[in-house]
Design a protein around this ligand. Sequence first.
Ligand code: SAH
Length: 232
Amino acid sequence: MMEAILRAGLTDLGLSAEGIPALLRYWELLAEKNKVMNLTAITEPDEAARLHFLDSAALLGLEDFRGRSVVDVGTGAGFPGLPLRILEPSVRLTLLDAQRKRVDFLREVCAGLGLEDVDCVHGRAEAFAQERREQFDLAVSRAVAALPVLAELCLPLVRPGGKFLAMKSVDSQEELNAAGRAVSLLGGRLEKPLDYVISGTNVRHRLVIITKIEETPKKYPRTFAKIKKNPL
Ligand code: SAH
């Protein structure tokens, strides 16, 4: 059943079915590891097919990822980054998460799937920005923080001309309004968000798109304590 859901969803998105075996193997590894550590609240395979895999895959219909360097900030069990890399193999992917165990799991998955070129990094986004400032074409993120905080974590990693794509729910209008100031202080410009329906469901999600129009001032990102206490 999971395979049929993925097949229908990928067809819907105009994507090749070639990635399906890798997605199924990924799910096997994830479901197995989820018994001994907390990786996902979704344990039902059909639901995972839709809410993890097809939700992640939807981004490929909304932005051109081909050949892009992409950092997934707060990737957790690998969403949305890993499905993007599986379905669009030319993506140069960095998965970043602050929890070591999750990153260890991601390394196992990448080794198991033969994705040796995926960079799995254990660390916090605000520290990683010291190392890899303005080096990515795209940053993506789902379910990590409210937009004003998230923008400070992600935009410093994006090169001018690149984009930060935040996966949000459709009731994120307030968050969007609150993020305007942060986005412009960080060198970004909020574009019109793109709403989409996850294939095979009536779940509507929203892709918030921020174009990096100029370099982020060196004083950002601040320490996480400061970001949290006093969001931009
Ligand atoms: N993106 C995944 C996981 C969401 S859970 C998904 O949508 O399924 C949020 C994850 O963000 C956690 O794994 C947490 O460790 C990570 N995280 C939170 N703040 C972070 C930060 N400042 N830098 C890196 N990772 C962070």
